[in-house]
Design a protein around this ligand. Sequence first.
Ligand SMILES: Nc1ncnc2c1ncn2[C@@H]1O[C@H](COP(=O)(O)OP(=O)(O)OP(=O)(O)O)[C@@H](O)[C@H]1O
Ligand SMILES: [Mg+2]
Length: 300
Amino acid sequence: MYLYHFGLAELPFTLTPNTNFYLPLAPHNEALAVLFTALKTGEGFIKVVGEVGTGKTLLCRKLLNEIPEHFVTAYIPNPYLNPDELRRAVAVELGVKQAQRMSVQLLTQRIQTRLLELHGQGHSVVLILDEAQALPEDSLEALRLFTNLETETRKLLQVVLFAQPELDQRLAKTEFRQLRQRITFAYKLREMNASEVQQYIHHRLQVAGYKGAELFSARLCKDITRVSKGVPRLVNILSHKMLMLGYGQGHYKMTVKLLKAAVKDTESIEQNSKRSVLFFSLLGLLSVLFFIYYTVVGKL
Ligand SMILES: Nc1ncnc2c1ncn2[C@@H]1O[C@H](COP(=O)(O)OP(=O)(O)OP(=O)(O)O)[C@@H](O)[C@H]1O
Ligand SMILES: [Mg+2]
């Protein structure tokens, strides 16, 4: 690999959401601030939505690492679960014993008892779901019913949903209006702009131990932003490929040529850029047709 060539201690652009590489960019920082403020209020649902690869799982891990001690967390990373499986997963996370064997009724009762017990010990309980767009519809409803559990002054369970935008499309349906109303805080993660991409690449290289001269110029970072649309995962994929190609060709500085080769090698990005070329060509063709139509009709 290219570690020795560039003087790196580890790979800077791996795809795992490793919190050691976390850079407090505006969108991620704001999302965390919203989460912590919302958790303080102790109310209902909190939702963080972001496109594929924008850093939701990383934020989820940051939240789990940094959540104040009095919170007890139940973390469900893959919620492809029916209501029953979801209930059991929550029970197991909360430390309800023998949850796998109980009837639904008993299980619900035990969850409630456990929540009251934790509440009595001064804890707040948060259920955190990543990939929440994958929750089946009846599980979403089961989730809403969970948050009905409350004392006279406080909810016994708060829910944080991390999801791709498909969740919003699903929640837009009439049958989810009750759940929708309970989402008291929501945050939409945006993609990075060019200067954030530059900071991002620089930061990851530094964390990985890079000490040399500038590898990715501001100009090149602008191009990377354009082709990756500022999505962190795509920036990682491209940067990693560029480093590999650069190493193979003996370069110590990244170039547009290397970026082009990396794009060519990356299916999702190539399809994206092909799609935008097609879109803009069609747009161009339409404008020409309109122009001809209006000059012809205008003359008649
Ligand atoms: N602020 C950040 N600092 C450092 N790395 C980041 C940041 N945001 C995202 N990343 C990196 O981008 C990559 C994608 O992030 P992550 O897996 O969290 O995306 P995701 O939104 O969960 O994607 P998916 O929708 O596919 O689940 C990871 O390598 C992650 O470490
Ligand atoms: Mg994820």
